[in-house]
Design a protein around this ligand. Structure first.
Ligand SMILES: [Zn+2]
Length: 264
């Protein structure tokens, strides 16, 4: 159980045995439910959370109701980064977008364990750098890259974070993540469906052709993925099974629903 817990988060799995054993008694397994808040805007960061199968969404709410996503965090990362940098309050609210398991540790316990020159300090430092890179890449991406390419990138990132090809997201939630209108998101998804990269039905999207989706994504996906793997090595747990489905025709009910009809 302990070994499985450790191997289920990329950052924990890259710690040497001795360092992980020092951390283990302070790690508390918890369940995360989709929609639950992790931190409130301006609220304390009492715990740093390492997702195992859950996925967190870091989004910035705007006055006009838009909530563009600035980062998607699954088993390849952690949430609570400001606490590692000495800031114990969260600027934005964070929530879980995929239910699943998480291990958490009190922020002060993690800081106390991060002794100089330890691998823990290096892993956390590298991860902080990667997250900064994600924010920088997103700033350029959202200003320059077309919606279909960004949509492909977001689906791939969600798939990596959740370690799944089936994503339980509606067109509306994807539009919110991309910071575009629902119509724009639906047009991008429909275009990807016609090209047989994905299929969708009410409330979920299925990746059929992962390699093809990488081809339609902007370069931002490959840049960030390779940067993360440069430090941590390959980290997708299970090989994608979408290749086996690549030749399967999308069922009729997965066709684009008429405008205005909710897909969940
Ligand atoms: Zn991009």
């Amino acid at each position: 159980m302990e070994a499985q817990l450790r191997s289920s988060n990329v950052l924990l799995s890259r710690l040497p045995e001795r360092e992980y054993e020092r951390l283990a008694p302070m790690l508390e397994p918890v369940s995360a439910r989709r929609g639950d808040a992790i931190y409130q805007p301006g609220g304390p960061i009492d715990f740093v959370e390492f997702p195992l199968t859950a996925v967190a969404l870091i989004a910035v709410p705007m006055a006009d109701g838009a909530v563009p996503t600035v980062a998607i965090v699954g088993h390849e990362g952690l949430v609570g980064l400001p606490a590692l940098l000495g800031e114990r309050r969260s600027l934005h609210g964070l929530s879980w977008c995929v239910s699943g398991s998480v291990v958490r540790i009190r922020s002060e316990d993690l800081l106390a364990a991060a002794v100089p020159f330890s691998q823990l300090v290096r892993v956390l430092g590298v991860y902080a750098e990667i997250r900064l890179g994600i924010v920088e890449q997103n700033a350029a991406c959202s200003g320059l890259h077309e919606v279909r390419a960004r949509c492909s990138r977001t689906l791939l990132t969600l798939s990596d974070a959740a370690d799944a090809d089936r994503l339980d997201f509606s067109h509306k939630s994807l539009a919110l993540m991309l910071g575009v209108t629902r119509q724009s998101a639906s047009l991008a998804l429909e275009s990807l469906r016609i090209d047989r990269k994905i299929s969708y039905a009410a409330g979920h999207i299925l990746i059929l052709d992962r390699d093809g989706l990488e081809g339609t994504s902007c370069e931002c996906y490959a840049i960030l993925r390779s940067e993360s793997e440069r430090f941590f090595g390959p980290w997708r747990r299970s090989p994608s099974d979408c290749a086996a489905r690549a030749g399967v025709a999308a069922p009729d009910q997965m066709a684009l629903l008429p405008d205005g009809e909710d897909r969940g």
